[in-house]
Design a protein around this ligand. Structure first.
Ligand code: ZN
Length: 503
């Protein structure tokens, strides 16, 4: 077989594996939206079956043979060409997959599927004890996975590398160390400020159907393509891609809290814009995949916070919000509304947290995860330690497990080592915003005039179209001219909040 045929055969096998993976993703999407309660057990079997089949396909010895052939006669030239990147990344994924046994992959898929169901029940009943045995099973299987992938490395390093390639536990610790003190000080200053954000505005009556109309309008205006995606309702919002022209975003509505769905929709639409900005012709291959969770989160946070919580954004959207939510916003000014959506106060729920306290929520999970994986923290002690950390870092104590350690779906889904990517995303989003502002001659005017296309094109060019071409850190370096740095995030928060709170 000549080189061109070998490459074509490799891509064809890889795309076949992706057909199975995207079918499983479709079943998972349905599981999170419309699945009847009693259907979950059979659904778990379906998902586990497809996970096993996907594993079989992506570890097919023919993939190994073709990779070997392509690597033994490398093409001269650009190591960052589409072909070179696909071969490099398929090798990485193939090696990773072949280290995991089919039985482990199936056990993980089935256990996590059931554990998610039990988590949802435990959360509803505010009862961690109900979830505890399931979490123990998930943690044990996740540790087995880490050991199978790299028996030498600390398990947490291996798990983190799954989501943010090339970023180590100590690098994440460095970022948190740089953020911790300035953020705690900023939050304290705000607590003592003479002004307070008029957040009562956000808790008036916002009918769900109107929130949906307003949220969809904003998502479409920033560029989310509803001919290639849709918005639905779920318990724990996320974004998933089911095909080259099929990106699903999900939200949940709270008729008495404006932020929950609106900023949730902007956030998930930001993820969706990244997915829709990947090149469809590369779908099912590494060149058509997002590079990492940290970069993914930088895109959602860019639209949610850097754009969506800016003054020019509300100069544009507030008059429309007032038209949609007449009762709630009748006598509210744009000044007050902008201040309200930027209000800072310690709270229990991570996904509703403000920009300043958010990274403290992530830090708590990062610390707990490391202790759980290392075995220092028994699973049964999670609620107690969780509550202690909330008291220490945020000065508040959850009154039950639903607003404490049961609030996130991640652990039940086996996503251990995932949380730190949220903070990396926040850090990257501020770096990206600063660079776009410089390159485009100021982004405030673009936002106020609704010229989101220029912003989106900049992101498409610098971030989206590259797929897995560069490592996450290299991609940010190329896009912004700067290495990973928490400074722009701290600077943007200080500037905005100092002016709002009169610090
Ligand atoms: Zn996100």
């Amino acid at each position: 077989m000549n080189r061109m045929d070998a490459y074509a055969a490799l891509l064809s096998l890889w795309r076949e594996a992706h057909l199975i993976a995207s079918s499983a993703a479709t079943l998972e999407w349905e599981q999170q939206t419309t699945l009847p309660t009693r259907a979950s057990e059979y659904r778990a079997q379906q998902i586990a079956y497809l996970a096993g089949l996907h594993h079989e396909k992506s570890t097919d010895p023919r993939v190994g043979d073709l990779l070997h052939q392509l690597e033994s006669s490398p093409v001269e030239g650009d190591p960052l060409s589409v072909e070179a990147v696909n071969v490099r990344e398929i090798r990485r994924a193939y090696d990773r997959q072949t280290k995991l046994s089919k039985s482990l992959v199936e056990a993980l898929a089935q256990t996590c599927s059931l554990a998610q169901h039990e988590w949802a029940r435990a959360r509803q009943e505010r009862d961690f004890a109900h979830f505890q045995p399931w979490l123990s099973k998930v943690i044990e299987l996740t540790k087995s996975k880490a050991i199978a992938l790299d028996p030498q490395a600390p398990a947490y390093d291996t798990l983190l590398d799954e989501y943010e390639r090339g970023t180590t536990t100590s690098q994440v610790e460095e970022v948190f160390t740089a953020l911790r003190e300035p953020l705690v000080r900023l939050v304290q200053q705000i607590g003592q400020a003479k002004r307070s954000a008029p957040t009562e505005i956000l808790h008036r009556s916002y009918p769900n159907d109107r929130q949906q109309i307003f949220g969809e309008m904003a998502a479409a205006e920033i560029g989310f393509d509803f001919d290639r995606g849709r918005l639905d309702t779920t318990t724990h919002p996320f974004c998933t891609t089911l095909g080259p022209h099929d990106c699903r975003i999900l939200t949940r509505y709270n008729a008495h809290y404006f932020n929950e769905s609106f900023f949730g929709i902007l956030h998930e639409a930001g993820h969706g814009l990244y997915e829709q900005g990947l090149q469809p012709e590369h779908f099912g291959t590494p060149m058509g995949e997002a590079v990492s969770l940290g970069i993914h989160e930088s895109q959602s946070r860019f639209w949610e916070n850097q754009v969506g919580r800016s003054r020019p954004f509300w100069n544009r959207f507030f008059p429309r919000a007032r038209g949609v939510f007449r009762e709630a916003l009748r006598s509210v000014s744009v000044d007050d509304f902008h201040f309200a959506v930027n209000g800072v106060a310690p709270s229990f729920i991570r996904v509703e947290a403000d920009e300043a306290t958010y990274n403290l929520h992530v830090m708590i999970r990062f610390e707990l995860e490391q202790a759980i994986v290392s075995g220092d923290l028994p699973i049964a002690d999670i609620p107690r330690v969780w509550n202690e950390k909330y008291r220490d870092y945020l000065g508040i104590t959850p009154s039950n497990d639903a607003e404490g350690c049961l609030q996130d779906v991640h652990w039940s889904a086996g996503l251990i080592g995932y949380f730190p990517t949220y903070t990396l995303g926040n850090v990257y989003s501020a770096q990206i915003s600063q660079a776009a502002d410089r390159d485009l001659g100021g982004i405030d005017g673009l936002i106020e005039r609704g010229e989101f296309r220029s912003l989106l094109d900049w992101l498409r060019d610098r971030i989206h179209r590259h797929g897995k071409r560069y490592s996450p850190r290299e991609l940010v370096r190329q896009a912004t001219g700067q290495d990973l740095s928490p400074a722009p995030l701290l600077q943007s928060l200080r500037e905005k909040l100092s002016s709002l709170y009169g610090l």
